[in-house]
Design a binder for this molecule. Sequence first.
Ligand code: ADP
Ligand code: ASP
Ligand code: MG
Length: 437
Amino acid sequence: MKILKFGGTSVGSAQRIKGLLDIVDPKERQIVVLSAVAGTTNALVEISQAFLAGKRETAIELIKTHKNKYEHLIKELFQTEQGQEKGKNLIDYHFNYISSLGNEMFTPVEEKITLAQGELLSTTLFHFHLEEIGVPSVLLPALDFMKIDEDNEPIVEYIAEKLSNLISIHGSNQLFITQGYICRNSFGEIDNLRRGGSDYTASLIGAAIQADEVQIWTDIDGMHNNDPRVVKNTSPIANLSFDEAAELAYFGAKILHPQSVFPAQKYNVPVRLLNTMDPQATGTLISKEGGTTGQIRAIAAKDDITAIHIHSSRMLLAYGFLRKIFEIFERYKTPIDMITTSEVAVSLTIDDTRNLGDIIKEVEDFGRVSVDHNQTIVCVVGDFSANTHGYAARVLDAVKHLPLRMVSYGGSDYNVSMVLDTEHKTEALRSLHNRLF
Ligand code: ADP
Ligand code: ASP
Ligand code: MG
């Protein structure tokens, strides 16, 4: 079975929703994972923020504006009176529900329920559209099988069991539709897999049911060798290994959710990145065999990084020092992205700053601490294994005119990463592109 995931722009209008059938073959057994219609999750974030801030009128105004967009979409999507009515009832239900959540105390629990409405809407609209044109499909509620634990880690065994049961109930059906992004947490509450999480849903489903292939359909022809939003003349990469793709996704290539490669890699399910706007384009195939040796493959950048520098003479010749530092971050469930050390100092980066104040207070027991905000990690992915030489030098040479805060080499065979002030990011990406490709 194949998993086909379509992102926000791929379901961004009535025309696009209808156009899905140019790619989805209803006679083939498959699971279609949909994101919310483009712009919806951003709007739901805005609505939630207004409610959280006690600005009820602003929230209601935003709800009205957004509902209006859906009213237009429905007019174009459905041909029959019955279809129109079903569509209208659907959007009334979801937008009234969001409004009603703001009547009582609006907490992060209500926020997550609000954020889930986008994917619930898009999948039901597609299902109703198929129904109207006589194509059989089954809507699988992601909230019945997609689950994360207390550390926000997906529980693949649970997903596999629940999903297999749901699928087996509909033994003869070919086309299944489900929501990306949304899930339940360890309390059974509605939660999500973080922004861009529909990719993660698709690869988790692919892993759980040992799919033949996961296809991520988006608005670009595969993983490019640099960020196309920043650099001109980037080009798609035909093949990547899981490790290379994971580094690129983790370090900022927006085309893939940061964690989405891991389940596919663990269960060896190939992932194809394809372009909804140009279905014939080759795209990128991510697989076990996709890597190449002796090449620099791609560059990515991750913004909103905070760098923490800890200087301590107690570190000199001491053991257990790093463990004590790491334990603080672990206690605050704050992942460390990058780390560099010297005999008396350690620098590390985080992107989740929710507990920064408390973390710093505790780290200060160990030495002098300084913090730099607005940093960017630039990551160059390629063959940096110990038996290659000259590649790291080429990378550093390309950014020799820029002030580097940290450099990490040797952590994996696939990347060289550096941290610099975000104001230098564009220049770093362009200069690396011009010199490396
Ligand atoms: P979707 O809504 O389909 O999930 P996203 O916006 O999340 O789509 O991801 C696709 C976008 O990722 C592209 O339009 C492109 O601007 C951006 N992007 C950033 N880095 C890369 C890269 N290295 N290769 C391809 N696309 C990238
Ligand atoms: N709709 C969600 C978001 O915008 C998930 C996704 O598109 O992948 O983040
Ligand atoms: Mg995305």
